[in-house]
Design a binder for this molecule. Structure first.
Ligand code: HEC
Ligand code: HEC
Ligand code: HEC
Ligand code: HEC
Ligand code: HEC
Length: 220
């Protein structure tokens, strides 16, 4: 059984306005708690910057999609553009050596070469947005990041929460948990009657839900 956890809502809504954040921080530098020695203790992963989800998404409760801005809109979720980091780090923890490295990439106009951890082969179609915007009995509010990626907000170094992550059986196990998946497959296969197909429409009314176990749903 895969647990669906709701996405965190941003505790600090003011973070959406980085200028305002700057003003607040200038008045009360409440964030500047970490020292280089603390950052030293964070385990080094494969990444070019010691970026900790525990500190950002955990302790500081920054919403996943504040940084992963493409997740809801496109197939790839992607690493955040450096501009998003700079929006905060122009003001926050500017003394830390690791933060200076971030600003270095920004000044040189270079993307940070993050190493990809979660990956499926190119012959597989995995649309993030379709999952986040899902609306069915099992996932009325979409599939939460954590249902697939685990408790990322507790991790200093991102790793796969489940060794089976991304395998075909892992995908199918969840698709088969969605009630009516197989019935829908049979019904859609056996009718072209638009009235009957209506029962299988996405609530947006714009398309018939795909057959979640069909080879061509996931393979090109
Ligand atoms: C919404 C504000 C915000 C954004 C956006 C943000 N950070 Fe941070 N970052 C923080 C805060 C707050 C801390 C903790 C500072 C402290 O406690 O002294 C922090 C700490 C850090 C640290 C030191 C601790 C650690 O994680 O190793 C690094 C490095 C860092 N950030 C890198 C980044 C990078 C890279 C990005 C962009 C992908 C980014 N930050 C985006 C607010 C932000
Ligand atoms: C402050 C910005 C920021 C926030 C907030 C944030 N992330 Fe990230 N995320 C990053 C950066 C930078 C990377 C690339 C470096 C890494 O892997 O740690 C990343 C990497 C990841 C990866 C691994 C990507 C890969 O290569 O496989 C996943 C999964 C992920 N984030 C999920 C989440 C989830 C879920 C949340 C909310 C609980 C979240 N992130 C919140 C910046 C952020
Ligand atoms: C239904 C499962 C599922 C959900 C829900 C999900 N992911 Fe992913 N995520 C994946 C898979 C599978 C990959 C590998 C995709 C690929 O290689 O094409 C991935 C890859 C990523 C990556 C690496 C870059 C990329 O896009 O390939 C990031 C970052 C990421 N996810 C963040 C998130 C965040 C943030 C959320 C929530 C807003 C989220 N994911 C929700 C399954 C999921
Ligand atoms: C935690 C549950 C879960 C996991 C794991 C999962 N999915 Fe899904 N998938 C869903 C849900 C929910 C939907 C939306 C169904 C709907 O609209 O009714 C969906 C829809 C899809 C769609 C259809 C998109 C469309 O509408 O055209 C594709 C393609 C897909 N998933 C591929 C994958 C692949 C590939 C994997 C594994 C790498 C995977 N999924 C893993 C729950 C999951
Ligand atoms: C829900 C998504 C999904 C569906 C549906 C699906 N696959 Fe896959 N398939 C994957 C993923 C993800 C991989 C890559 C990971 C792996 O090899 O397990 C994969 C890998 C494969 C591979 C390569 C295996 C290898 O060892 O390289 C074949 C062949 C394949 N699928 C055939 C099929 C056939 C035939 C069907 C229909 C009966 C099907 N798939 C339906 C997601 C799916």
């Amino acid at each position: 059984m895969i647990r669906n956890v709701r996405n965190r809502t941003p505790l600090r809504r003011f973070m959406t306005v980085s200028i305002l954040l700057g003003a607040i921080l200038a008045a009360a530098p409440a964030f500047a708690q970490l020292t280089d020695a603390d950052v030293e203790k964070i385990p080094a992963g494969a990444q070019p910057i010691k970026f900790s989800h525990r500190i950002h998404a955990g302790e500081n409760q920054i919403d996943c999609q504040y940084c992963h801005i493409y997740a809801r809109r496109s197939s790839t979720s992607g690493a955040p553009p450096v501009a998003i980091c700079v929006g905060c780090h122009k003001f926050v923890a500017t003394d830390l050596a690791e933060v200076k490295k971030v600003m270095g990439y920004w000044e040189r106009k270079e993307p940070i070469p993050w190493v990809k951890i979660h990956d499926v082969p190119d012959f597989v179609r995995f649309p993030h947005h379709k999952h986040l915007n899902a609306n069915n009995e099992t996932f009325p509010d979409g599939v939460a990041c954590q249902a697939c990626h685990g408790p990322i907000e507790t991790m200093d170094v991102v790793e796969k929460a489940d060794p089976k992550f991304g395998l075909m059986g892992w995908c199918l196990n969840c698709h088969l948990e969605i009630p009516g998946t197989l019935e829908r497959k049979r019904a859609i296969a056996s009718t072209t009657d638009p009235k009957k197909l209506k029962n299988y429409m996405h609530p947006s009314g714009t398309y018939v839900r795909p057959n979640l176990t069909d080879c061509l749903t996931c393979h090109y």
